[in-house]
Design a protein around this ligand. Structure first.
Ligand SMILES: C[S@@+](CC[C@H](N)C(=O)[O-])C[C@H]1O[C@@H](n2cnc3c(N)ncnc32)[C@H](O)[C@@H]1O
Length: 285
């Protein structure tokens, strides 16, 4: 796979432990993130015959949804992660969808055919580019005139209760890792609304609409308090937070997270607030 030199670290990351957790817990991630995918698909307003790109498609939830909605059209999922793409391909085959396919690649430099797509969409797959200007310009180039771009990205950490509540609990027991520069590639790289608008305008997009949304988030897609704590402990965020902790420290931190999440237990599962941007735009005609 060809990867921009600045994205090599992300390519390594998304082919290691975190990707394996996404694959092993695919049903849980799918359930947890479904409301966000729905918001993206609503914005994309797919029509029969659309050719759709899913950027950073992971295990393929939104690619499969796009393939179903585009009917006579096509859906292409592109991702850095071989394990996640393998799962996406298995799911496509199992469902018998013939208009979805997947390519391993770095969307920042992937050689998409010029003006070959009606829609580019993404659920949380566009925050990891070392050079977002180059990446969104590459995506704009791949869209036909009036082609649509729809994606979801996270607002800042402090706006996301589902991360702040466990994060504060952990911080009482272990030092939190350096989150790096606010705009650095990672979960919060597109948290600044004005920066997103600037990047898209510079990449050649028009009619840029960025709306705040915050559907309730069920940690691990539902289940018991223990399920939610285990899901968070074993996922990428838990691994990153507790990477340098001594085993007893880590144990105390996990117990603190369990206590902190207790008030959020509902009949559906452990449910907290979220905050995302839903971004819709188009390539000029
Ligand atoms: C948070 S996951 C989201 C996965 C999927 N969109 C979903 O909602 O289930 C981010 C995904 O973006 C992918 N990704 C990160 N940087 C990428 C890049 N430069 N090109 C393509 N995919 C990338 C990762 O491999 C990972 O699968």
């Amino acid at each position: 796979m060809r990867v921009a030199p600045g994205n090599a670290e992300q390519a390594e990351h998304w082919n290691a432990d975190e990707a394996l957790h996404w694959v092993a817990q695919q049903e849980r991630y799918s359930a947890m993130l479904e409301p966000f995918g729905e918001l993206v698909l609503e914005g994309a307003a797919l029509r029969s015959g659309d050719d759709v790109l899913d950027i950073g498609c992971g295990c393929g939830d939104t690619t499969l949804a796009a393939a179903r909605a585009a009917t006579t059209g096509t859906a292409l999922g592109v991702d850095l992660s071989e394990p996640m793409l393998t799962r996406a391909r298995e799911r496509t085959k199992r469902e018998g969808l013939t208009n979805a396919r997947f390519e391993q690649g770095d969307a920042q430099i992937h050689p998409f055919p010029d003006a070959g797509l009606d829609v580019a969409l993404s659920r949380f797959g566009v925050m990891f580019f070392e050079d977002p200007h180059a990446a969104f310009a590459n995506i704009a180039r791949a869209l036909r005139p009036a082609g649509r771009l729809s994606f979801a990205c996270w607002q800042g950490l402090e706006a996301n209760e589902w991360l702040m509540v466990p994060g504060v609990a952990v911080a009482a027991h272990v030092p939190l890792p350096d989150l790096g520069e606010p705009d650095a590639p990672g979960m919060f790289a597109l948290a600044d609304r004005d920066r997103v608008a600037g990047i898209l305008a510079e990449a050649g997009f028009a009619d840029i609409d960025i709306e705040a949304a915050g559907p309730p988030l069920l940690i691990g897609g539902g289940g018991t308090l223990d399920d939610a704590v285990t899901f968070m402990r074993e996922g990428g965020i838990g691994q990153a937070l507790l990477a340098d902790a001594e085993p007893e420290e880590a144990e105390r931190a996990v117990e603190a997270v369990r206590d902190a999440l207790k008030p959020y237990v509902t009949p559906r599962g452990v449910e907290l607030g979220s905050a995302v941007w839903i971004v819709n735009s188009r390539r000029p005609t």
